[in-house]
Design a protein around this ligand. Structure first.
Ligand code: C5P
Length: 225
């Protein structure tokens, strides 16, 4: 088989990571969740006090970027990789609503993006990779062999995210989750550097009304070696 690169982009909570993980597992590929990397940088900024409600010291974050080391380590019990920031597993910490509320502000910064994009391109240089994010088919791997663009209505997405957070015991209201989904959509599609946009050669999927299984099968048919 030819080695290929699969890029999956789209709005938040469209089921990108579920699809990407399943594809990677099925094909025996590496899966990379680039959202986890932006979340890790946001978590770092929060820990250092560079960002909090109505305050963001961007310059200090930019100066500290060389001190951020991000590594994915495969957890064979879970069947996927977990995010490590400077040697510490932060997989749980980066999934909170607080991190979700700051991450898009951090992801607007060009210096943050170029650092992470460089690392993502390095991870994908041997291909056989499924990567999900916002700019994978446009910026990270413009030559990807297969590009998928996922959408779903904001309501559907907020409901999914709300259920996920509730299951984890996060005390969050539905309105707060919906507001976060809408705010991130806005910032992600309007930023100057690498805004979320469908690549011209990406295939669009609206998964508001399809099951995970149906979607997986449809996408698998598009994988050509
Ligand atoms: O995919 P996830 O929802 O975890 O991504 C969190 C945030 O990280 C997004 O809302 C976006 O602001 C940012 N992001 C990005 N580029 C990527 C992946 C994520 O800007 N490739």
């Amino acid at each position: 088989n030819k080695k290929i690169t699969i890029a999956i982009d789209g709005f938040s909570s469209t089921g990108k990571s579920t699809l990407a993980k399943e594809l990677a597992m099925h094909l025996g590929y590496v899966y990379v969740d680039t959202g986890a990397m932006y979340r890790a940088v946001a978590f770092f900024a929060m820990q250092k006090g560079f960002i909090r409600k109505d305050f963001f010291d961007k310059e200090s974050l930019i100066k500290s970027l060389p001190n951020i080391k991000l590594v994915f380590k495969f957890n064979s019990d879970l069947g996927f990789a977990e995010m490590y920031l400077n040697g510490i597993n932060i997989e749980k910490e980066i999934r909170t609503i607080e991190v979700s509320n700051f991450v898009s502000l951090v992801a607007e910064i060009s210096e943050v993006r170029s650092k992470l994009v460089e690392q993502q391109q390095e991870m994908g240089k041997n291909k056989d990779i499924v990567m999900d994010g916002r700019d994978i088919g446009t910026i990270v791997f413009p030559d990807a062999d297969l590009k998928i663009f996922m959408t779903a209505s904001p309501m559907t997405r907020a409901e999914r995210r709300f259920k996920e957070l509730q299951k984890k015991g996060d005390k969050v209201t539905f309105d707060e989750v919906l507001k976060n989904v809408e705010e991130r959509d806005y910032i992600d599609t309007h930023r100057d550097d690498s805004p979320l946009v469908k690549a011209i050669d990406a295939i669009e999927f609206d998964n508001s009304n399809v099951t995970k299984q149906e979607q997986f099968e449809k996408v698998l048919k598009l994988v050509k070696f």
